[in-house]
Design a protein around this ligand. Sequence first.
Ligand SMILES: [Zn+2]
Length: 294
Amino acid sequence: MRGLRRVTALLGILAMLTAPALAEDDENFDLTDLTVVVEEESLDEETPAPAAPGDALWDFPVAIGDIDPELIRLANKQSLLPKDYVPANLVKVPKDPAKGGIRWAVTPSDGKLKGQYLREECAEALCAMNAAMRAVGNFRDMYLKSAYRSYQKQKTMYHNRLAKNKGKDDGWVSMEGASDHQTGLGCDVVPKNWKDKAMNDKMMKEPECQWMAEHCQEYGFIIRYPADKQEITGIKTEPWHLRYVGIPVAAYIMENGLCLEEFHTQLAEAVERYLAAGGDPALVSGFTQGGAAE
Ligand SMILES: [Zn+2]
């Protein structure tokens, strides 16, 4: 949006400049050079979201209209998702890469759901990212190892893990309500050589995972559990766990080296400033849903 304003302002200045310049028939005045400047400015910017009425008071780098409360929904030990939280528009992820899908490492069973499910926008983004990775050429095939998990499924997994570890929580499986997988926006994506073995942080060295860390935000994903954020997320690094938040939010998080918890803290502060300045509460309702670090 700021980009559009800048271009509009530039055009205004141009209009003022060109009129007298042309009238004076200044041979040094080259209109084409200026036109190029304007085009380059436009190309650098994403298509601007429609201006929201409260934007003048909003000082956060991601526009109000670019933040979807559902897509930034936080699930962790401090912000548990309710037992009955089932994401909207879950779809079965297409598994044939020849038809634009992504291979499944396993076919899970979760209540009535058989297979790998994600929220529709997340499934589409994942398939688009996989197509881009296949186009790179020298990458191994990527496999979707785990996607949506219900509260009940997570509860079973957590208690199985506890039983295996003599009642000790080793931090590898989240308790029910605390899993990013319950949002339908979290997914574990691994290169072929990891599809059947236990995952660990050595996967970070794989070129496919390095590519994901570099490019996932172009598809609206973030690396949900970065290596340097363990203290905040409470989760060991997981180079395979992608979380869909939408492109503008993902770009901001990844470019600034944040985790989702830090984004929520910053967002809650921005909402506070906005409301204190007289901003419309209706426009930011739900932004702190799920709870920032409190
Ligand atoms: Zn995961």
